[in-house]
Design a protein around this ligand. Sequence first.
Ligand SMILES: Nc1ncnc2c1ncn2[C@@H]1O[C@H](COP(=O)(O)OP(=O)(O)O)[C@@H](O)[C@H]1O
Ligand SMILES: [Mg+2]
Length: 163
Amino acid sequence: MVNGAPLIIKLLESTQGKGVVLAETNKAAESVINAFKSVQTNILVQEFIKEANGQDIRCFVVNGKVVASMQRQAQKGGFRANIHQGGAASLVKINPEERKLAVKSAKVLNLDVAGVDIIRSNRGPLLLEVNSSPGLEGIENTTGMDIANVMIETIERKLKYHI
Ligand SMILES: Nc1ncnc2c1ncn2[C@@H]1O[C@H](COP(=O)(O)OP(=O)(O)O)[C@@H](O)[C@H]1O
Ligand SMILES: [Mg+2]
């Protein structure tokens, strides 16, 4: 389904990029997949998006709107853009298609707050994952925004709460 190597193998129960493996040849993919199968863990096999160049985009969605976004760049020689893998974050301007994808992803999962990870491919933005309790530190430091306050104000508005 993913047209052979290079391909990505992911452990389902894993975060911070720890369980994401790049298999560069079919032989490597076969042995990694067999190893995971032998310990009976659930995996996901994906096409490797090479043209992303180790970058991904985190969109922070609150109440149906992208309130902030950042780009993350993997360390030199790496492909995982996670901050925990040494990825560097910077400001990014997302396009309308990316904004639509982020908003729709949060909506489909019925999430008021979501961290939506998108990767830029030759055929447009692709959805990597949706986090239901995204961290605030990276996005606040990168954008200089007080995202926690945006979340609180949204809740207050929804509850029609006035001091
Ligand atoms: N299919 C892919 N092609 C290219 N890079 C990928 C792919 N999947 C993941 N990555 C890279 O690996 C990182 C971690 O993958 P992700 O699926 O978000 O797992 P985690 O839940 O551990 O963060 C992503 O941020 C991205 O930089
Ligand atoms: Mg991720």
